[in-house]
Design a binder for this molecule. Structure first.
Ligand code: HEM
Length: 695
């Protein structure tokens, strides 16, 4: 017997009834689509299986139940072997400067043309269900649906890689993933096997120091750089080749969290970056990057003090400037996470005519790996037909059949050359992809690395010496944290030896923090060069002073002044910031009797999640909140993380004055709105030595 439910919940627009067991039934009626099986048969009851009597056994005949459970049982597919956790968005690329002199790829020659794309940004080591804010490299993969076929630029947020040869990739990944006997740690490099491998592989030193830097702790996915890393070739009409390295420059600048923030955020909101991407796109704050290219000839490359085919080397912008040629805008979040973000399959071997590979041995190995892994991840060679992977330009070939074939090819012909069906596709000498005709006559077959790859310390040294003082402190502290998690003494000692080659002061700081002696450095395979420092490698030094893209939290409580809240909300929004209202509960009645909905409860939204904080509360509430440890942490952490704080009298009297907070120029009363807005555009790094004992 079904009883009618009568209340105003929007769910009850459907004809809602209650079944015998109290279960809710919603009927499609006229307005709502009808639920069906995969075969299109309408389902009468989606709550109960078919049984003999109300308490008897279930019948095998119940095809609705069997189909539903069967599909569910197979919902999961293997996660990516690396870069399993990622978020993505649709968007477009628009060219502003033609590279016609260098390439025939239309996407790089037709100024003003918008090419649709899909970009996925990922962590590397963690599983799909891990967190967004581990210390890790971020993958930065872009699929351009060009009118000459798909181009996948599969890069990272660091311009170099850990290893020089694809042969070492499985070892690197096995070393960083959870240790196989114990199954931990998840999404972390701070363990023995990672440091054992890297300390025995000096080629990793450059990427490792980037991993220890603030670059590995992005504030937002909208605030990371992207790099294609390897040298590629651009090929022009005459068949001439120019080497190119691709760069993505975020319009919001590069911004990072501190390690302490990253740790706290990962507990409070493991989806911090994914949520930020989703919310920013939904409010129309579209993430944007400029595309830059470093162009150089074979002859110029021969003069570099390193080998550009070595993926552990960056090309300093001071040596080859980055030329901006267009921009990417991400303006649509995927409709379905699985169908798009999970099923997208990037591959560095997807290139349109006019772009070609270099002989970088890491790149060459990647060209095999991606299609191979995707075959097992997506289960069929037809994964290129999944909508997110299929080109948006016409495509046709003689590939047939296989699991999950979605196309219904017509014609008796599935081969070529043929003379039976003129409608079938043929090759095109003119429009087709031509590999660069490189002369390789003098090669001797063998497993050998180029001598010029042997210099493993000059660039990490350049990187460290290019950083600002707070960044150097963060790097030293990160090494100390990570090596502090390594139980095997000889691994820690070996690493300290490498650090001496990078920078003696860095090595001494880390050794001191670990309470260890400095060992003799290992023998360097090539002389260490003093390279000029490069400001482009900094993060803090280049962080823009702006509120654009940042987020301000306003703490309110019952009785808070609406006029003050709105003043701060408006001022922040005028500067391009977003605002979240934080309160003890999810709703509160303000001084004017109106009710405000908060975005988060203070207990669930530590101040680490925001760029600056404001507190507008009345004395009675301040007294109550002063007894709540999450509220006290909220203020102590905002101070400890060098952020701007705007406070009301009650906050000052009952909370701030009770905490170990030394008032400085970044802590201002509510009356100083303009000062707060100015302060919130940056961080007071000068405060850091007072609040954190960095290595
Ligand atoms: C410059 C060096 C490298 C960069 C920048 C890089 C970047 C990436 C990125 C961004 C992804 C995630 C793509 C996505 O979002 O779906 C990825 C996945 C992957 N990478 Fe790499 N990678 C590098 C080196 C390598 C090497 C040397 C290998 C193997 C020899 C490799 C094998 C893989 C595999 C198997 C996946 C999973 C692909 C999938 O399941 O779709 N990568 N890589």
């Amino acid at each position: 017997m079904k009883k009618k439910i009568d209340h105003t919940d929007p769910a009850n627009k459907m004809n809602t009834t209650q079944g015998n067991g109290g279960e809710t039934h919603q009927d499609a009626g006229q307005e709502v689509p009808t639920l069906t099986t995969q075969q299109g048969v309408a389902i009468a009851d989606n709550q109960n299986s078919l049984t003999v009597g109300s308490r008897g056994p279930t019948l095998l005949e119940d095809f609705v139940l069997r189909e539903k459970i069967n599909h569910f049982d197979h919902e999961r597919i293997p996660e990516r072997i690396v870069h399993a956790r990622g978020s993505a968005a649709h968007g477009y690329f628009e060219l502003s400067e033609s590279l016609a002199e260098y390439t025939t790829a239309n996407i790089l020659t037709e100024v003003g043309k918008q090419t649709p794309l899909f970009t996925r940004i990922s962590t590397v080591a963690g599983s799909k269900g891990s967190k967004d804010t581990p210390r890790d490299v971020r993958g930065f993969a872009v699929k351009f649906y060009t009118d000459q076929g798909n181009w996948d630029l599969v890069g990272n947020n660091m311009p170099i890689f850990f290893i020089q040869d694809a042969m070492k990739f499985p070892d690197l990944v096995h070393a960083v993933k959870p240790e196989p006997d114990r199954g931990y740690p998840q999404a972390a490099s701070a363990h023995d096997t990672f440091w054992d491998f890297v300390s025995l592989s000096p080629e990793t030193m450059h990427n490792v120091i980037w991993l220890m830097s603030d670059r590995a702790l992005p504030r937002s996915l909208r605030m990371i750089e992207g790099f294609g890393i390897h040298s590629y070739r651009l090929i022009n009409k005459e068949g001439k080749s120019t080497f190119v390295r691709f760069h993505w420059k975020p319009v919001l600048g590069v911004q990072s969290t501190t390690w302490d923030e990253a740790v706290k955020i990962s507990g409070a909101d493991p989806d911090y970056h994914r949520r930020d991407l989703f919310e920013s796109i939904n409010r129309g704050d579209f993430p944007e990057w400029e595309l830059g290219v470093q162009l150089f000839s074979e002859q110029e490359a021969a003069q570099f003090p390193f080998d550009h085919l070595d993926a552990t080397k960056l090309i300093p912008e001071e040596l080859v400037p980055v030329k901006i040629v267009g921009k990417m805008v991400l303006n649509r979040y995927p409709d379905n996470f699985f169908a798009e973000t999970e099923q997208v399959a990037f591959c560095p071997s997807h290139l349109p005519p006019g772009i070609d590979f270099s002989n970088d041995p890491l790149l060459q190995g990647r060209l095999f790996s991606y299609l191979d892994t995707q075959l097992s991840r997506l289960g069929s060679p037809n994964f290129a037909q999944i909508p997110i992977n299929a080109p948006k330009c016409p495509f046709a070939n003689m590939q047939r059949d296989g699991h999950m074939q979605m196309q219904v090819p017509k014609s008796r012909v599935a081969y070529e050359p043929q003379s039976l069906d003129p409608s079938m596709p043929r090759e095109s000498e003119k429009r087709g992809f031509h590999s660069y005709s490189e002369s390789l006559d003098d090669g001797v077959k063998g497993r050998v690395r180029a001598d010029k790859f042997a210099d493993h310390y000059s660039q990490p040294r350049m990187f460290y010496q290019s950083q600002t003082a707070p960044e150097q402190a963060h790097i030293a502290s990160a090494y100390a944290f990570e090596l502090g998690k390594v139980d095997t003494a000889h691994v820690r000692t070996r690493m300290l030896g490498h650090l001496r080659h990078i920078d003696e002061d860095l090595a001494a700081r880390v050794a001191d923090a670990l309470g260890m002696e400095l060992p003799e450095p290992p023998t360097a395979a090539a002389p260490i060069q003093e390279m000029p420092t490069s400001d482009a490698l900094q993060t803090i030094g280049r962080t823009p002073h702006t509120l654009k893209g940042r987020q301000i939290a306003i703490l309110v409580a019952p009785g808070s002044k609406r006029s003050e809240i709105e003043k701060y909300q408006q001022a922040a929004k005028d500067q391009g910031a977003s605002v979240k209202i934080i309160a003890p509960g999810r709703e509160a009645v303000l001084d004017d009797g109106t009710r405000i909905q908060s975005d988060e409860r203070v207990a669930g939204a530590p101040s680490a999640m925001f760029d600056a904080v404001v507190s507008i509360i009345m004395p009675e509430q301040a007294k109550k909140l002063a007894k709540d440890s999450s509220t006290l942490d909220w203020f102590t952490d905002a101070y400890g993380h060098c952020k701007a704080i705007a406070y009301c009298g009650a906050t000052d009297q009952y909370i701030l004055s009770k905490l170990p907070i030394e008032k400085d120029a970044f802590i201002t009363p509510l009356t100083e709105l303009d000062n707060f807005i100015k302060n919130a555009k940056t961080r007071l790094w000068q405060r850091e030595p007072k609040v954190r004992d960095l290595a």
